[in-house]
Design a protein around this ligand. Structure first.
Ligand SMILES: [Cu+2]
Length: 312
């Protein structure tokens, strides 16, 4: 009997996911002095193995474009409450997420569109969405408004968009490092750069794992790393234009393939995510990144990946 119980325990232990945290997140949609809209992190608490940790301090203090990057691990569940903080407007606002699982009432759409019910926040009436980062949902995804101003489309084009990263439960991703495809431990990545391509502008954000903070970079930013550091890029399209993201001096593999590339097609709400070793084979420099559509380049759609010499 005792042996039986022990075996059962062992089997249950094997079947349980390695990590299954519950995230309780509050976001607020606000207006910026520029007239644009943005999401702001209000609170993020993580319940994991009986402990609750407040990680709100990892985010920028104010609203940002793109909005706060929410990072989950396969197996996690997030309850994301949206507050309406858009001054001078009582039009509903929402959160529609891509990539992960959610029940229908967390779709973030309006009754005008879904013919059933509004999944929206109104002034003084927050709305809570449930996102389930089920196995198989690892990847870089996005969340955005699907209601404000236009009850079918929403106001993502005015700044109400942000990034959701679901990291694989294994904690590892494939990358082209030192000339060969190998597994990289996510905990060895120093910085992540989120670059949204909107019409003729990049909107950036850094997730700095050295200081454990998200840093807003706003438009066409210079991003930086030390030579030899592992960095991960997340490039996402939004709006109406199609782009070709290109980074000088570096190459990587298309996720899930062995194709080595240095340019990726990015359409609205399509994305890529890849790891590079900063300056690998080419050394330090102000390596440009830009859209390779000539008209977009001519309109200034570019920035720099500044690789500084290693002090090792
Ligand atoms: Cu472009």
């Amino acid at each position: 009997m005792r042996l039986h119980s022990l075996l059962l325990l062992l089997l249950c232990g094997i079947a349980l996911p390695l990590q299954a945290a519950v995230h309780r997140i509050t976001l607020r949609a606000v207006s910026l002095p520029s007239g644009q809209l943005a999401y702001q992190m209000v609170r993020h608490q993580v319940e994991d193995r009986g402990r609750t940790e407040d990680v709100t301090g990892r985010y920028a203090a104010g609203p940002t474009i793109p909005g706060p990057t929410i990072i989950l691990t396969e197996g996690d569940t997030a309850y994301v409450t949206l507050e309406h903080g858009i001054r001078g407007s009582d039009l509903p606002v929402s959160l529609h997420v891509h990539g992960v699982h959610y029940p229908f009432d967390s779709d973030g759409t309006t009754k005008v569109l879904n013919q059933v019910a509004d999944h929206v926040a109104r002034p003084g009436k927050p709305y809570t969405y449930k996102w389930i980062a089920a196995p198989g949902t690892a990847g870089t995804w996005m969340y955005h408004d699907h209601a404000f101003g236009d009850p079918k489309v929403g106001a993502e084009d005015k700044g109400l968009f942000g990034t959701l990263i679901v990291n694989p439960a294994s904690g590892k991703v494939d990358a082209l490092i030192d000339g060969r495809i190998q597994k990289v431990n996510l905990r060895d990545i120093k910085r992540e750069f989120v670059l949204w391509m909107h019409e003729t502008t990049f909107w950036g954000q850094e997730i700095n794992h050295i200081v454990n903070r998200q840093i807003p970079l706003w438009t066409n930013p210079t991003v930086g790393a030390r030579e030899g550091d592992l960095v991960r890029f997340h490039v996402i399209g939004i709006g109406t234009a199609f782009h070709t993201f290109h980074l000088h001096g570096h190459r990587w593999i298309e996720p899930g393939t062995t194709h080595v590339v240095d340019t990726v097609n990015i359409g609205p709400i399509s994305r890529t995510s890849f790891v590079v070793k900063a300056g690998e084979g080419v050394g330090p420099g102000d390596w440009h990144y830009h859209c390779h559509v000539i008209q977009h380049m001519q309109s200034g759609m570019m920035g720099k990946f500044r690789v500084i010499p290693s002090n090792r």
